[in-house]
Unconditional design. Sequence first.
Length: 351
Amino acid sequence: MSYEIATIPGDGIGPEVVDETLPLLHEAASRHGVEIEFTEYDWGTERYLETGQMMPDDALDQIVDADSILLGAVGHPDVPDHITLHGLLLPIRKEFNQQVCKRPSILFDGVESPLRGYESGDIDFVVYRENTEGEYSDAGGRVHQGFDHEVAVQSAVHTREGTETIVRAAFEAAREREGHMTSITKSNAQAFSMTFWDDVVEDVAEEFPNVEVESLLIDAGSMDLVRRPEEFDVLVASNLFGDILTDIGAIVSGSMGLAPSGNINVDDEYPSMFEPVHGSAPDIVGQGVANPMATVLSAAMLFENLGEDDVSDALWSAVREVLADDDAPATPDLGGSASTGDVVAAIEDRL
Ligand code: ATP
Ligand code: MG
């Protein structure tokens, strides 16, 4: 098989991790008879600072026919986050109907969790985050500006179709895994949207009689993800809550530099997009020490999504082996002093 993959290295450590990783992906794919062609797009904040746009007007047309998209990171200390979000990430997620955001959290052998007493294998859950609507729906405005007070409204939009799609994806994952699904809401305070979410979970649950369902509020759920991460299997949450949970998920499993994610178009009408959970990491940019593993694992998720499980498995195993080997190079986030390139080379050795 042969695939065309659009790559958007982006900003900060994005280009550092993506550029180092592409040859490795070529190598992993070709060993399994899979050909890939990467087309690179220079979209991001540098372009914004020059032109006022994160990406060109016809950006989505340029990549709509790609088989998949690999993104590094976007963000810049001088560019407000809402510009990077609304100028690039959200249009791609929304226009390509990438309704399902999938973010696994795994404590790998050889990695230390900031949580005491946890060992490899103890933490292994995946968060399914609703990715195109909810609290990120752009509904609202500055509705009143008086002399002495101002009012802003930000509404969350939850469609039955969107909610069912994310909830069903989570149930399907739970059925394949340990059969346990936790729905995270705030139904006690958000009496319209989150009770609707609860209704959808209850309806979809009927299709999955063997999956056990638990429901937690976001406050208690965040606490429990730190207190008893070993008990979670699949979590499902709205856009905002999922965002929060996945940063917790990334850090309890050892490093932001290890956490991959996929933005998935479930009916394959448009390309899906894979990206590390981390951002542009301005504090370490230019030092060549960013951990490339989150990007490699995101690419592994990309290959799995294309149906190339052999390539995906090879990348997962190679990363696991490097992490488990005390003598293998590790970047500073994992307590080592190796460079991005050293780690990529070590992964390549183990393919
Ligand atoms: P952005 O605004 O682009 O989201 P950010 O300020 O939120 O950036 P992140 O990129 O999410 O920052 O990084 C948070 C922390 O994790 C930083 O201290 C960063 O150095 C570290 N970090 C993130 N990614 C990596 C990586 N790949 N390797 C090593 N450390 C990382
Ligand atoms: Mg960030």
